[in-house]
Ligand binder design. Structure first.
Ligand SMILES: *Cc1c(COP(=O)(O)O)cnc(C)c1O
Length: 433
């Protein structure tokens, strides 16, 4: 199996892998519709609309988007000019600022919060305490009811924050099983919300397994399973239609002559996978989705390239799995995601930790935007698209050459950072200097 993997990958140099199994968007969407139908994405979008009045009331910071958990799409032209030392990136560069999503300050505010809301709705509907046509602000009166139930989740940090903050707001008891990679400030913040944090001196996969086992033993407990959940995935997929509106509002068309290239950091793959799933349905072959992973923990890349999916750990291939990008420190990928991405993902870039901090500093200096290290991984894609041989070939094969590339819109998906305390931000800005 090893010989099918790029040498640079195995020697932990930055590289790019292009997915040889990608199909035309039509074929991919038709195939995947059998696994997770489009109607389910619509249902997720509608569910989030039902909850909007409730969220608006309980989290006033969602008022800007009328109770939807949404983030700005911002053009970052100065960063574009400074990102590559010599060359200028052809096309426009945007940052999708999920780093600044309300409530949880990371992309997990899409998937994680969606799954908690869905669970709460299911329970309340079953108990006859809610109907889908109600004004959902009435959920504020059901805290005692939800307090009889527990939600548990394994997390490297951000998923725990989204599940914990949302779950606690609804009234649930929440237990978050944190891997050794989790940053202490994330644990402290959760505890301040009344969430129980259980700490493990082991990897993410281990924390998930421990949480799953404890939850399964308790009939009143629900486990948010990052490695398997389709609800999380749907919460992420709902981002696509919102992005489409933002692009339209910005006067941006996406078509053959104006391609969209999206670069999203991947841990187990759920967040980038769900977003990609939604985007491929809306933009078809005109959107090119790439993931980004640490050179020391490329679990989704390995899962897809070897087709072993979830049946591997990065350590099996000599990787440490250790990275400063705590949000991406997942030694095994989600097999659900690696399978459903097989016909649609364009490829995966890997990045060295050191460069994450370079991007973090540069974004702060050029645009005044602060995000966390994991959230910077997407920059490796736009920076190296035309530097790695594999992706250059991809561009040529897919009509991404001049003059089309000059019309391209690149979106780097910033996946977290807004909750990082000020003293830690300062440390980030001088790390690896
Ligand atoms: C969770 C997370 C990701 C990746 O999401 P997965 O679903 O694990 O692939 C990326 N960036 C940040 C900051 C995250 O917290």
């Amino acid at each position: 199996m090893h010989e099918t993997l790029p040498r640079q990958l195995l020697s932990r140099e930055e590289t790019a892998w292009v997915n040889p199994c990608r199909l035309s968007a039509d074929a991919a969407n038709t195939l995947c519709d059998l696994i997770l139908p489009e109607t389910e994405i619509r249902a997720a979008e509608e569910r989030l609309l039902r909850f909007a009045p409730y969220l608006r009331q309980v989290f006033p910071e969602t008022a800007e988007y009328n109770g939807l958990i949404e983030s700005p799409l911002r053009e970052i032209p100065v960063m574009r000019r400074k990102l590559c030392d010599h060359a200028i990136i052809p096309g426009r560069l945007f940052l999708k600022m999920d780093s600044h999503l309300p409530i949880a300050g990371s992309v997990k505010a899409r998937g994680g919060i969606y799954e908690v809301l869905k669970h709460a709705e299911d329970l309340a509907l079953q108990a006859g305490l809610l109907s889908c046509t109600d004004d959902y602000t009435r959920l504020t009166g059901l805290r005692d009811f939800f307090g009889r139930y527990t939600i548990q989740v394994g997390s490297t940090g951000n998923l725990g924050l989204s599940i914990g903050i949302m779950g606690a707001a609804l009234g649930f008891r929440v237990k978050v099983h944190m891997s050794a990679d989790a940053r202490p400030w994330k644990k402290d913040l959760l505890r301040s919300h009344g969430v129980e944090v259980l700490e493990y001196a082991d990897t993410y996969s281990h924390a998930v397994a421990a949480g799953r086992k404890l939850s399964d033993a308790d009939p009143m407990s629900y486990f948010v399973d990052d490695e398997k959940s389709t609800d999380l995935f749907l919460g992420y997929a709902a981002a696509a239609a919102r992005l489409q509106i933002q692009l339209t509002d910005a006067g941006i068309t996406v078509d053959r002559e104006h391609p969209l290239l999206v670069y999203i950091p991947a841990g187990v793959g759920g967040a980038p996978g769900g977003i990609t799933y939604g985007l491929k349905r809306l933009f078809g072959d005109n959107v090119h989705c790439f993931f980004a992973e640490p050179v020391t923990c490329p679990s989704v890349l390995l899962g897809m390239a070897t087709r072993k999916h979830e049946a591997l750990q990065v350590q099996d291939y000599g990787f440490t799995g250790k990275t400063e990008a705590d949000g991406l420190a997942c030694p095994s990928p989600s097999g659900f995601v690696t399978r459903i991405m097989t016909p649609m993902l364009s490829g995966i870039f890997t990045t060295a930790d050191r460069n994450l901090y370079e991007y973090l500093r540069l974004l702060y200096k050029t645009e005044g935007i602060e995000i966390e290290p994991s959230a910077c991984a997407g920059f490796t894609g736009v920076k190296n698209l035309l530097r790695h041989g594999e992706t250059v070939k991809y561009c040529v094969a897919n009509g991404l050459t001049e003059p089309v590339l000059k019309n391209a819109v690149h979106i780097v998906w910033a996946t977290g950072g807004n909750l990082v305390p000020a003293d830690i931000r300062k440390i980030y800005r001088v790390t690896y200097l």
